[in-house]
Design a protein around this ligand. Structure first.
Ligand code: AP5
Length: 300
């Protein structure tokens, strides 16, 4: 009995030492480890698998994922956004697509607020490039003025570079207005850039024209208004509102044509992660539907 106790005591000492000195326990051939423990960045080198057992660690990982997903589902049902969601879904990657004036920019303001993602609007990026008279801006200007899509080779590199920056890698991203052609979707896929959810806002053309013509933007905050549906209450804001040069009835026709030529190919590239949302409802209702759609795709 006494010797059994001594053996058990020695064995437990050995297992504690092995748990904290992984090199002693992980057999290697050359440089290749015979088995790899799941990475654990939060425990400063302590090998949890050896300490608690692989089965228990996997169970903990599954529980952690379930709790994170439940939190996303809870916040997307309209309750207040929680910092836990931003923390646990920090790498969420979303694409929002739809016709001109379907409400992409309006919804992005809300999604960004709820999920803390980096919002990348290719329209905004190109307008900034035009204003700065950069090479990209000069290459894009005439196409934008005509309501046409800028060439793929002008925009693809800009987006790929931006997505590889630190803030996008750390916080996740929300791509607004890209990809718009099959070539742009292929370029993302070939670079290994994948999204979790492709949100498509569905709005009939006749509604879009009215939205385009009435749209105004606050140059100070970037907030989007509509002179009929959502005018600003503050007179100072009203006075400084600007109208985009491509927001005319004539140019929106060209923009819609370009959209209809490409939309099916783009949607086809994301059929497995795609959700179609009725964009004709009120902005808050559209936002709620988007929240539910995101959680359904993320938890799937
Ligand atoms: P871009 O700026 O992306 O324009 P767009 O796709 O035509 O989209 P919009 O910004 O016009 O509309 P939106 O869907 O954001 O609607 P919003 O929320 O503002 O691109 C501009 C140009 O850049 C292109 O034409 C092209 O030349 C170039 N470009 C950009 N990306 C490119 C790419 N990838 N490849 C090649 N070229 C590219 O809403 C519109 C209005 O409706 C607002 O007034 C708003 O208040 C109102 N509204 C919104 N939601 C609702 C609602 N639910 N009910 C009632 N009103 C609403």
């Amino acid at each position: 009995m006494k010797s059994t106790c001594i053996i058990l005591l020695i064995l437990s000492y050995i297992s504690v030492i092995l748990a904290f000195v992984p090199q002693l326990a992980t057999p290697t051939w050359g440089k290749t480890k015979l088995f790899e423990a799941p990475q654990d960045d939060n425990f400063d080198g302590v090998n949890l698998v050896r300490l608690l057992g692989l089965k228990r660690v996997k169970k903990m990982q599954r529980r952690f994922k379930r709790e994170a997903n439940a939190e996303v589902a809870r916040t997307s049902k309209g309750t207040a956004p929680s910092p836990v969601v931003a923390e646990k879904k920090s790498s969420l990657k979303l694409i929002i697509s739809g016709a001109p004036a379907s409400g992409k920019g309006t919804q992005c303001e809300m999604i960004k607020k709820n999920f803390g993602l980096v919002h990348l609007s290719t329209g905004d990026m190109l307008r900034a490039a035009v204003a700065a008279k950069s090479d990209v801006g000069q290459a894009a200007k005439d196409f934008m003025d005509a309501g046409k899509l800028v060439p793929d080779d002008v925009i693809i590199g800009v987006v790929k570079d931006r997505l590889s920056e630190k803030d996008c890698m750390q916080n996740g991203w929300l791509l607004d207005g890209f990809p718009r052609t099959a070539a742009q979707a292929d370029a993302l896929a070939q670079s290994g850039i994948c999204a979790d959810c492709f949100i498509f806002l569905n709005v009939p053309d006749e509604i879009l024209v009215e939205r385009v013509v009435g749209r105004r933007t606050d140059p100070e905050t970037g907030k989007i208004y509509h002179m009929t549906f959502s005018p600003p209450e503050d007179k100072a804001i009203l006075d400084r509102l600007e109208q985009r040069s491509d927001d005319t009835e004539e140019k929106v026709k060209v923009r819609l044509e370009q959209f209809h030529t490409n939309v099916e190919a783009v949607k086809g590239s994301y059929s497995d992660i795609s959700v179609e949302i009725d964009g004709t409802a009120k902005p808050d209702e559209v936002a709620k539907e988007i929240g539910v759609a995101i959680s359904s795709k993320v938890t799937a």
